[in-house]
Design a protein around this ligand. Structure first.
Ligand SMILES: N[C@@H](CCC[C@H](N)C(=O)O)C(=O)O
Length: 277
């Protein structure tokens, strides 16, 4: 099978062009290829497929084989792939995802895509949409006890579920230990992506993420949007925010009129390859 490895600020996935390849067992392939010792090595796989509703469709699987409904860093890479590999030579693209059709604006530089802005849609702040078992309709800065310590959580759905935890110092968080405890916390029946966020200023956040199904990743696009929303919602920050993640920076803008969140950042090819599956 032919594949292309790509990354968006270090959140790396294996992209499979399903205009050409047919795969019947994506979950198994995600587990096999994502393995960093016995496979290609990635945070998961993303299938680029034909769509009746948009220029293409994206179907993503985490490294453990579970399916994600949306992937912010992945969708920017899909935009670059679709444009540069000639599937749709348009600087405004639409991509169908399990959480709806998203519109992408490509920045072009000498025929190459240098950055992509994605309309990520409206954040959903209802607890039932995350989904989270909580007596309140909205989970805003609520206390929870994890591993004997109190954390304050805010829950946001960006098509996929996020639990945002504001902390004083993200670097001191023992993510390998605390990440899985949040992911499997009984309050989240579908597991959850957890973002630990430090407020650096009204327009600047620093974030580390433990992703459902992939563990610590260098960045999470939907997580960055959820963190921006949670920060504004808690009045810790304004609606235009730069977020520093381990793998690089994302610019997030939450439009006050439309309630839509726009995420902008880079997308890069790493290499093309062929693998036996
Ligand atoms: N890395 C992604 C999100 C991938 C899916 C997530 N782990 C889930 O299961 O919801 C991003 O950049 O948004």
């Amino acid at each position: 099978m032919n594949f292309t490895k790509m990354q968006g600020i270090g959140n790396d996935y294996i992209y499979i062009n399903c205009f050409q390849e047919k795969i019947g067992n994506p979950s198994e392939i995600a587990v096999k290829l994502s393995d960093r010792h016995f496979g290609v090595g990635s945070d998961g796989i993303i299938l680029i497929q034909p769509s009746l509703a948009a220029d293409c469709k994206m179907d993503m699987y985490n490294a453990d084989g579970s399916r994600g409904k949306m992937c912010g860093n992945g969708i920017r890479c899909v935009g670059k792939y679709v444009y540069e590999r000639g599937i749709a030579k348009k600087d405004i693209l639409t991509v169908e995802t399990l959480s709806g059709v998203k519109t992408l604006h490509l920045d072009l530089d000498g025929g190459q895509v240098s950055a992509v802005e994605v309309n990520m849609g409206k954040p959903v702040r209802k607890a039932s949409e995350v989904p989270v078992l909580f007596s309140k309709d909205r989970v805003l800065n609520e206390p929870v006890i994890v591993d004997g310590k109190e954390y304050r959580i805010t829950c946001v759905s960006m098509g996929n579920p996020h639990c945002i935890v504001f902390v004083d110092d993200v670097d001191s968080i023992k993510l390998e230990k605390i990440g899985p405890l949040f992911e499997h916390y009984p309050m989240f029946p579908d597991r959850v992506n957890t973002e630990f966020v430090q407020v650096l200023g009204k327009n600047e956040l620093k974030m580390r993420v433990w992703e459902r199904g992939s563990g610590e990743t260098l960045a999470c696009g939907t997580g960055a949007c959820a963190a921006a929303c949670a920060a504004a919602w808690n009045q810790f920050a304004e609606r235009q925010i730069k977020i520093h993640l381990k793998g690089g920076d994302l610019s997030i803008r939450w439009d006050g009129n439309s309630d839509e969140i726009f995420m902008k950042g880079p997308a890069k090819f790493v290499f093309d390859g062929t693998v036996e599956i």
